[in-house]
Design a protein around this ligand. Structure first.
Ligand SMILES: [Fe+2]
Length: 270
């Protein structure tokens, strides 16, 4: 499995403070079946020193340490960009900050408010050769109350990444129900850990897939793209085509998440 969003690099943002803690995180990821982590430190005004180039250098250094410690984990460079910083960077800087330097930009969802010009920004980025993944929108109040905001962005070719911990209940019932609601409406494409330490959001991609499948009533294999093939396509720089999930029940209308009832596991008909 490939984890497209995490804070594995030591001493660069609010991830692990030192190398030892980063190696502990890496071991936990390998144990959970993750083969590649795309390191996505925060890039924005809170971390003015961090650039795509500094992240790439830190990833190369960590790769050496992983080899030395005999931890079988591949690492690649990316970033979690604020909307503000994306507006300021030139094409070269954006490419350096993209996932695996293949052109996909991981953009952080703001916790409060919602950038009304995001759809236009996505369209402008596409003209410049970049695609966008919206990181964990289920945690944004604006999406919890108006999930339809994501439809326009996805319609413009954006993908949506949800945190594994969100569907596993780590952020409360409203967040879990928002993920379920978004999945039923085909508005989530990838699960990632957003791990910050071996304990703070540990890798749980397989568990997230199983829980999501149970909630929306599909076989777990139908969600394979979310944790494996999808991230692979994103990192390959080629065509990225998310499959339909085909939930067994008709999707409920997009209403505030509290109204979505919890569902018991159901067996597919065929
Ligand atoms: Fe993050």
């Amino acid at each position: 499995m490939i984890d497209l969003h995490n804070h594995l690099l030591p001493g660069i943002d609010d991830g692990p403070a030192d190398l030892e803690a980063a190696l502990e995180m890496a071991r936990a990821a390998v144990e959970a079946g993750i083969t590649t982590m795309v390191c996505t430190p925060h890039m924005g005004h809170r971390y003015p020193e961090t650039t795509g180039r500094t992240i790439q250098a830190a990833v190369a250094a960590l790769a050496n340490e992983l080899r030395r410690a005999e931890i079988p984990l591949e690492v690649a460079a990316g970033a979690e960009l604020t909307v503000e910083v994306v507006r300021e960077l030139n094409d070269r800087e954006l490419l350096d900050a993209s996932l695996g330097q293949r052109g996909w930009l991981m953009i952080e969802s703001p916790f409060e408010g919602w950038p009304i010009r995001l759809a236009q920004m996505i369209a402008e980025l596409e003209i410049r050769g970049f695609r966008v993944i919206i990181a964990h929108p289920e945690r944004a109040e604006a999406i919890q109350h108006s999930p339809d905001r994501l439809r326009d962005l996805v319609g413009r070719g954006a993908l949506v990444q949800s945190n594994a911990s969100s569907i596993l209940g780590g952020h409360g019932r409203l967040v879990t129900q928002t993920v379920e609601n978004l999945m039923r409406n085909e508005l989530i494409h990838v699960f990632a850990s957003d791990a910050h330490s071996a304990q703070w959001r540990p890798p749980g991609l397989e568990e997230a897939r199983a829980r999501a499948a149970r909630l929306i009533g599909v076989w777990p294999q139908e969600l394979e793209w979310m944790i494996n093939d999808g991230p692979k396509q994103i990192l390959s720089g080629g065509q990225v085509r998310p499959p339909r999930f085909l939930p067994r029940e008709k999707a409920p209308p997009l209403t505030p998440a509290e109204s979505a009832p919890a569902r018991a596991p159901r067996r597919p008909r065929d």
